[in-house]
Design a protein around this ligand. Structure first.
Ligand code: SF4
Length: 470
């Protein structure tokens, strides 16, 4: 339901949205409302401080976790420094991906072109590091001056016999989702157009190995007798990625960034895909069974049932304790993709927490339809929101905790609310069974910290002093 639609009438908040054009991106959940299109997956409204990153940044976060890839950012130094070691992805091997290389374009290059500088940057990297794979990112200014990055890449590939892949990501070409697509296209270029052979196993798309999460899931799949051919892209390597077209099935965790690639791989190599999520018990259990089911593997299915039984037993006591501590709390969610938001609502439901606000940067209509179904009456749903709106609704709903990324953290603290980082900077794994316990523990430790009452009391005190002064 759109905020401005007939079904949404009666929502007292509609008339007070700070930017009128944003009204259609906001709705208040109503079980009686018709199923309908939520305005989403559109360009951000001018004047709204969107929390989305630029196209280049979207591409970089997808490709950065490839552990032995070199990333040359063709643009001014700021683009590279802004995304330096951005992901927090862990590696079981190489660490070169944690560096950033830049052509550091200056005024002279903008006037006369930056192709020569880019070619010499590739030469320098070849001389010092002899890489097998380099990604070259086009940034805003390269889109403006029109350097032929493709030609520089082709020449370098011939000269050195390695892969040098252009990533078409000028920042102004759209928003973060366009960057995801640019990264997926770069991966397709890496894979090639043909399926050369078959391997009995699956590709795991859209896990970036934050805090080692991919290692937990790899263990689960190993216990089910399922082999991962290629991890895309957390803790992956050039050699591993080359085998991706040979897999039997693609499973997609971060749908926002990787469904595009899954569809392209289905077209090119005939690999079917399923969306899964390993956040929260409900989705973890469903996903493990769905993988075995999609492979038509009865043995894997039975092993998954056994794994679920054993793992649930291990986490039950801890989760019951946190359920008791968290019952009745109110949460706000603002994350990148729709699939994560959906899993988080389910996790909060399981913990007895009401999701009062939920929003995403890149959610799709089908994601918002599920959100509408599983969230409570009156939940505020926001697409591509800005700090002003988030603040307004967090105050109105008086939430105890905000789950988001690094850009949302200061907002929560300023409002005297707890915060849980569910993005690049998370410090412990939040996926699978043990991740569900880590998540519940973090929410408990943060939301039930005594500091929030101290702040509330301090604020009451200063309001009183202020009134006295008047
Ligand atoms: S918006 Fe443009 S200039 Fe800014 S970081 Fe992105 S690519 Fe670079």
């Amino acid at each position: 339901m759109k905020c401005g639609s007939d079904e949404a009438k009666g929502c007292s908040m509609n008339n007070t949205v700070p930017i009128a054009e944003r009204e259609k991106f906001i709705f208040i959940n109503s079980k009686n409302g018709k199923k309908g299109t939520v305005m989403c997956d559109e360009e951000s409204v001018s004047g709204s401080v969107s929390q989305r990153a630029c196209v280049y940044c979207g591409a970089r976060v997808v490709l950065n976790p490839i552990t032995d890839a070199f990333h040359i950012v063709h643009g001014p130094i700021g683009c590279a420094s802004y995304t330096w070691d951005i992901r927090g992805s862990l590696s079981s091997g190489e660490e070169v991906y944690r560096n950033s290389f830049s052509t550091d374009l200056r005024e002279r290059d903008i006037i006369f072109g930056g192709e020569k500088k880019l070619a010499s940057a590739i030469d320098e990297i070849m001389e010092k590091f002899s890489p097998k794979l380099i990604f070259i990112y086009s940034t805003c200014i390269v889109g403006v001056i029109g350097d032929d990055v493709d030609a520089v890449c082709r020449t370098a590939e011939k000269k050195y016999g390695i892969r040098v892949i252009p990533v078409k990501s000028p920042g102004f070409a759209g928003h973060k989702s366009m960057g995801y697509k640019a990264a997926c296209e770069a991966l397709v270029t890496l894979f090639g157009n043909e399926k050369k052979g078959k391997v009995d196993g699956i590709n795991y798309l859209g896990d970036f190995n934050l805090s080692g999460e991919i290692w937990i899931l790899t263990e689960y799949l190993k216990k089910m007798g399922i082999n991962i051919v290629s991890k895309i892209t957390g803790d992956s390597s050039y050699e591993e990625l080359k085998n991706a077209p040979k897999a039997r099935l693609n499973i997609v965790q971060c749908a926002g960034s990787m469904v595009y690639l899954a569809k392209r791989m289905e077209e090119l190599y005939g690999i079917p895909y399923i969306k899964i999520s390993f956040f929260g018990l409900e989705d973890t259990k469903r996903s493990l069974l769905a993988i075995a089911d999609s492979l038509g593997d009865k043995d894997a299915y039975n092993k998954a049932l056994l794994l679920i039984k054993n793992e649930e037993k291990k986490v039950k006591e801890d989760l019951d304790y946190f359920r008791m501590k968290l019952k009745g709390k109110k949460a706000a969610i603002y994350v990148g993709g729709g699939f994560k938001a959906i899993s988080l609502i389910k996790q909060f439901n399981d913990l007895g927490i009401n999701t009062a606000i939920v929003g995403t940067q890149t959610g799709k209509p089908e994601d918002y339809e599920i959100i509408r179904e599983i969230s409570d009456e009156g939940t505020v749903v926001l697409d591509d929101t800005n700090p002003y709106e988030l603040e307004k609704f967090m105050k109105e709903k008086d939430v105890d905790i905000l789950v988001g990324g690094v850009k949302e953290r200061p907002l929560a603290y300023k409002l005297g609310a707890a915060f849980c980082d569910h993005n690049h900077e998370r410090k412990h794994p939040l996926c699978g069974f043990e991740g569900a316990v880590n998540f519940a523990r973090e929410i408990h430790q943060s939301a039930n910290s005594p500091v929030w009452n101290i702040i509330k009391n301090e604020r009451k005190g200063s309001e009183w002093l202020w009134q006295e002064a008047l």
